[in-house]
Design a protein around this ligand. Structure first.
Ligand SMILES: [Zn+2]
Length: 305
C-alpha cells in the first residue's frame, strides 16, 4: 500500500509539473510577444518619426490641403527641429511641390546698410548658395521674417559665427560671418528683431553678411524674392516654383549627368566610336574640338556626350 501510494504521488506530481510547465509556456508566449512588440514600437514614440523624404508625399496626398495656400512651418518640417545640421531634411528638389506660396508680408532687410558684393550662383570652386552684402563689422543683423532661432553655431572654415532661423512662412534663412550673436537658441523672433552683429568671422575676406534663403533645406536665390535695391520683398505672397527657384540644381545635375568620356583603344576610329556610343562623328569632333584633319590615338580621352 505504502509503495503504491508513493508511486501514485510520483505519477500525480509528474503530471502536475508537466502541466504547470505547459501552462508556464503558454503564459510566456504572449508576454514575450508583447515585449518584442514594445521594443519595435516604443510606447513613448507612438507618433511615427517624420521621414523627411515623405513630407511632400504626405502633403500631396492630403486632400484637405491646398498646395497653393501658405504652409505654416510646422506642417512642412514635421517634427524635425535640430540644431545639429543646416539641412537635416534631405528633401531632393524632385520631391518639392511644383509651387509654394510664401508669405513675405512681414519682410525686413537683414541689414540696413551695405551693398551686394557677391551674388547667388556658381563660383570657380564651389556654388555660392547665398548673397553677400558688404558692410562694416558691428552693424545690426536682424531676422528677415518672424520665426524661431534653430541654429547658433561657429564654423571657423566656413560660415564663421552664424544663425539659422526657421520662419513661420516656411522659409529658413542663414546669417553668416557675424562678429557676435545676440539671440538665443530656440528664441522666438519677430521680423526685424536683432540676431547679431555683422562681422568677418569664418571663411571671409572682408566684413560682410552672407545671407541665404532656404526652403526645406534647399537654397534658392534670395534676389528672386527680395529687391535688394529698394530693400523690399517683390510680393506679399511670393510663389516659389521648382522651375524658377530650384531649376539651377537640375541644370547642375544635368551637366554632370550628360558628360561621358571614352578612352580610345588601339584600332579605334571616330566612326566606330560614334556608332558604338550612339552618336555621330561630327558631334564627337565638335565636343572634342577636333578638325577633320585631326587624328586620334590610343589612350586619348574623348568626350562622348
Ligand atoms: Zn557668401
Amino acid at each position: 500500500m505504502r509503495f503504491n501510494h508513493l508511486l501514485l504521488t510520483l505519477i500525480v506530481s509528474l503530471f502536475v509539473t508537466n502541466n504547470l510547465n505547459a501552462q508556464i509556456k503558454v503564459m510566456a508566449a504572449p508576454g514575450n510577444m508583447k515585449m518584442a512588440a514594445s521594443n519595435v514600437f516604443p510606447k513613448s514614440n507612438n507618433v511615427p518619426i517624420a521621414d523627411s523624404t515623405n513630407i511632400y508625399n504626405e502633403m500631396l496626398n492630403d486632400e484637405t490641403d491646398d498646395l497653393m495656400e501658405n504652409h505654416p512651418a510646422g506642417d512642412i518640417y514635421g517634427d524635425i527641429w535640430t540644431s545639429d545640421r543646416l539641412n537635416p531634411y534631405r528633401v531632393p528638389i524632385s520631391s518639392l511641390p511644383d509651387s509654394i506660396v510664401i508669405d513675405c508680408s512681414d519682410f525686413v532687410m537683414p541689414v540696413s546698410v551695405g551693398r551686394i558684393s557677391s551674388k547667388f550662383g556658381p563660383r570657380r570652386y564651389r556654388y555660392h548658395y547665398g548673397i553677400d552684402i558688404a558692410l562694416p563689422s558691428g552693424n545690426k543683423v536682424v531676422s528677415s521674417f518672424s520665426g524661431k532661432v534653430r541654429i547658433i553655431d561657429y564654423e571657423p572654415g566656413g560660415y564663421g559665427k552664424y544663425v539659422v532661423v526657421r520662419h513661420d512662412n516656411g522659409l529658413e534663412t542663414v546669417y553668416a560671418h557675424l562678429s557676435a550673436v545676440t539671440c538665443k537658441l530656440d528664441q522666438r523672433v519677430k521680423a526685424g528683431q536683432e540676431l547679431g552683429l555683422s562681422g568677418n568671422t569664418g571663411r571671409s575676406t572682408g566684413p560682410h553678411l552672407h545671407f541665404e534663403t532656404r526652403y526645406v533645406g534647399n537654397a534658392f536665390n534670395p534676389a528672386t524674392i527680395i529687391n535688394f535695391d529698394s530693400k523690399v520683398a517683390y510680393a506679399d505672397n511670393y510663389t516659389l516654383t521648382k522651375r524658377k527657384n530650384f531649376g539651377y540644381q537640375q541644370v547642375k545635375a544635368k551637366t554632370s549627368q550628360l558628360a561621358k568620356y571614352y578612352r580610345v583603344r588601339k584600332g579605334d576610329n571616330l566612326s566606330r566610336i560614334a556608332a558604338r556610343n550612339g552618336t555621330t562623328v561630327s558631334k564627337l569632333r565638335s565636343l572634342n574640338g577636333l578638325k577633320s584633319s585631326s587624328t586620334i590615338r590610343a589612350g586619348q580621352r574623348l568626350r562622348i556626350r
